[in-house]
Design a protein around this ligand. Structure first.
Ligand SMILES: [Zn+2]
Length: 123
């Protein structure tokens, strides 16, 4: 539910800014989540490649890249300066592979379906 709302918000703010900046090719999505952990478990594996100090904030901004080969999705993680209990995660790009979490959930299910079809009576 939260995610859908964030997506809509992003779309609107992008339309408003498009006349000024028109170079970002990959879609960006921003999520704000109240969390103790900076790195949210989003089902993908990430590799940290940078960190930068944020003005007026004791929390740095961290940069991650998807750990999957040949995937260029990046994300930035930082705390909201007005409310540091909120983590702001910005995704840039779209994964060209399914998330590991989805595969983890699906594999036993697919195995079960295969098993069922093998014993199906109308064969
Ligand atoms: Zn990826």
């Amino acid at each position: 539910m939260e995610e859908i709302r964030a997506r809509r918000l992003e779309k609107r703010s992008k339309a408003a800014a498009s006349s000024r900046a028109r170079k970002a090719a990959s879609p960006r999505f921003e999520f704000q989540t109240r969390s103790e952990d900076d790195l949210l478990d989003d089902g993908f594996r990430w590799r940290k490649y940078g960190q930068k100090a944020v003005k007026n904030s004791t929390h740095p901004r961290s940069y991650y890249r998807c750990a999957h080969i040949a995937c260029n999705v990046k994300k930035q993680v930082q705390r909201l300066s007005e409310d540091t209990s909120i983590v702001v995660t910005t995704y840039e790009g779209i994964h060209n592979h399914p998330s590991e979490k989805i595969m983890e959930t699906l594999s036993p299910l697919l195995r079960q379906i295969q098993l069922l079809s093998r014993f199906s009576p109308d064969k």
